[in-house]
Design a protein around this ligand. Sequence first.
Ligand code: FAD
Length: 442
Amino acid sequence: MKIALFWHRRDLRQHDNAGLAAALQSGLPVAPLFIYDSDILDYVPRPHDARLTFIYDHVEQLAVQTEQTGGVFLAHYGKPVSIFRQLLAKYEIGAVFTNEDYEPYATQRDTEVAQLLAEHTIPFTAVKDQVIFAKNEVLAKSGKPHKSFGPYRDAWLAALLPDMLHPFPSSELFTQEHLAQLPDVPARPTLEDMGFERFEQQVPVAELPPESLVRTYHETRNFPGMVNSSTRRSVHLRFGTLSVRELMRQAQKLNPKLLAELVWRDYFMTLLWHYPFTAHESFEPRLREVPYRNNEEEFQRWCDGQTGYPLVDAGMRELNETGFIHNRARIAVAGFLTKHLLIDWRLGERYFADKLLDYDLALNVGNWQWVAGTGVVAAPWFRVYSPENQLQSYDPNLEYVRRWVPEYGTNAYVAPVVDHKFARTRAIDTFRAAYRAAAQPS
Ligand SMILES: Cc1cc2nc3c(=O)[nH]c(=O)nc-3n(C[C@H](O)[C@H](O)[C@H](O)COP(=O)(O)OP(=O)(O)OC[C@H]3O[C@@H](n4cnc5c(N)ncnc54)[C@H](O)[C@@H]3O)c2cc1C
């Protein structure tokens, strides 16, 4: 009997899942599949990885739910194309469904899998799920992506139709009669099988944030010291344990500011899809040759939260200890690294990639390039925030700083790694010179 596979990737949920709903409506019995991709995991230092532990736990939950409903769940470790070859040899596969993924690696991987399936005349259907608008759906009049957020957001809101935020009926369709039964399903790999050990970091439950938090979000979101400052749902959006539509529906009803932040997410995903090279190169051609200092000792002080600037240090220590860092602190630490220390944004981006539980290539690169002034959408390169002013604006009562830098205000606190005024002038001069030199016709 022919089956359809539904390949989970960054959509680790049964409910409101566009691709899963499409598979369950295909008329073929469905076997959900997850592949622990060795092409990715080979680069992850073993044995502790909080992201893999998070993924593993949610895959196991999905598998148990599937088995309890009377189906089978396939989980494998290896290269996706090789795993598909094995599955093709073993089962009669009539179709493969998945949700679109817009990162450069993912698009290449999906092209290879689609080619392999095409050789067996098996359709590969990838549907839009993790964003509302993707690829070319919201463009400027020029036919190219918007270069600033305001016009993008306005066009996004104008294009939004009510049914675009409706949930897909995947959990309603997820019944025994729609699921495949297969013989000899191999045991799912454990963390230990893959060379890892459990490493958990605290995350809020995969549920919508409380209504009270969402209602006041616009007032609290800039204060990292507040307990319920922002939704803390980024990790769930990253791995799809929450549907972006459900969060957007709540935001649409209760708080337009939160909806706008979620629109930033669509925007950065669209930008990376259009300009995949920006994952490792500045978008702005005139800022590709900035003579960054890249001083190793100063970089280490930044990583360790020992710069002598308390908001920066609090942010880096929060990141190192919890795998999360508040948005305001992300902006402060990224600005400090790229402007005050004149260290290449790519080094900061990679450090975040190693540490963040919610790490998302499109959002991380987009935001780093925004702060550094080098992106498609960018803060002006000559904007160099004062860390002291930021502290007064966003942590006036030092709640955040006292939590993460308890020695602040005592002799034990480290002296500033660089003087703000000196660093500001140095950064502006350096960026200006690079900008002008690149603008000269050669
Ligand atoms: C240098 C830098 C790097 C970043 N790297 C990442 C990253 O790797 N992964 C990530 O998810 N976010 C990243 N962000 C964006 C933002 O800081 C986080 O999404 C946010 O702090 C997550 O906390 P929250 O869920 O409480 O956010 P909330 O303020 O509650 O926002 C809700 C959701 O809106 C989206 N969102 C909010 N702010 C942004 C933004 N600036 N850009 C895009 N989407 C946004 C996120 O999906 C977020 O979960 C980065 C920001 C900066 C300045």
